[in-house]
Design a protein around this ligand. Structure first.
Ligand code: B16
Ligand code: MG
Length: 217
């Protein structure tokens, strides 16, 4: 049976995906090109380094190692300027209801995020202390779709991967959950996240008895 939940952060708990998009787009524009919202889907759940590599490919550009590092730092600075203004009002609709329900039923849950900024963001939105475990971009060496981030989370929760349900908004993250042997629940568009076991547009669509069913099958 399933006994624990792992949540992705960006695009699942909070909509920081929009800030990543703005910051990456500014970087591309400053370098003299642009990319689309569709291309941006490919950046979701992907590490900072791999995101910049992809973007440079789209712009058909190459940077020296030094310039690459500089651009990553600039992007992060710009991203953090958006994050700075965040508070618990940024928690996506329906998320708290699910967390409250898990607490009431003593279901352990962890964070499994690719972001190196996950901990400060959780603090800003006042959820840091509610997670039984936090695994983020500072703890892993392999990026999603590698399941490492979720496998470490399962280990920290003291459960088997097969006992975990993962909530993810990204294609790479859904693949990571599937490869890790976990049940995947996509948050977003059905056509994008078709590899997930279940897909919902957002958490307001998720009934608590669905969570119950997930945990009892
Ligand atoms: P950072 P998640 C991911 O977070 C984002 O989806 C992705 O767009 C971002 O590039 C990545 O974190 C790294 O973030 O630059 O803050 O370290 O969705 O896995 O929570
Ligand atoms: Mg995400």
């Amino acid at each position: 049976d399933r006994r624990a939940i792992i949540f992705d952060l960006d695009g699942v708990i909070v909509d920081t995906a929009k800030f990543h998009f703005l910051a990456w787009r500014k970087l591309a524009n400053d370098l003299g090109f642009d990319f689309t919202k569709e291309q941006n889907e490919q950046l979701k759940g992907v590490s900072r380094v791999d995101s910049l590599k992809k973007i440079l490919e789209w712009g058909d550009m190459e940077l020296s190692e030094e310039e690459f590092q500089k651009q990553m730092a600039l992007k992060n600075e710009n991203y953090l300027s958006y994050v700075d203004g965040m508070d618990d009002g940024e928690i996506l609709p329906g998320v708290k209801k699910v967390l409250d329900y898990l607490d009431e039923n003593q279901v352990p849950y962890a964070l499994g995020s690719a972001s190196k900024n996950a901990r400060p963001i959780l603090k800003k939105i006042d959820l840091y202390h509610r997670f039984d475990a936090i695994v983020d971009g500072t703890d892993v060496s392999k990026a999603k779709p590698d399941p490492e981030v979720f496998l470490i989370a399962a280990e920290k929760l003291n459960v088997e991967p097969q006992q975990c349900v993962v909530f993810e908004d990204s294609v790479a993250g859904v693949q990571a959950a599937n490869i890790g042997g976990m049940l995947s629940v996509g948050i977003g568009a059905k056509d994008v996240l078709h590899e997930a076991d279940h897909v919902f547009t957002d958490f307001t669509e998720i009934e608590l008895n669905f969570i119950d069913k997930l945990l009892n099958t």
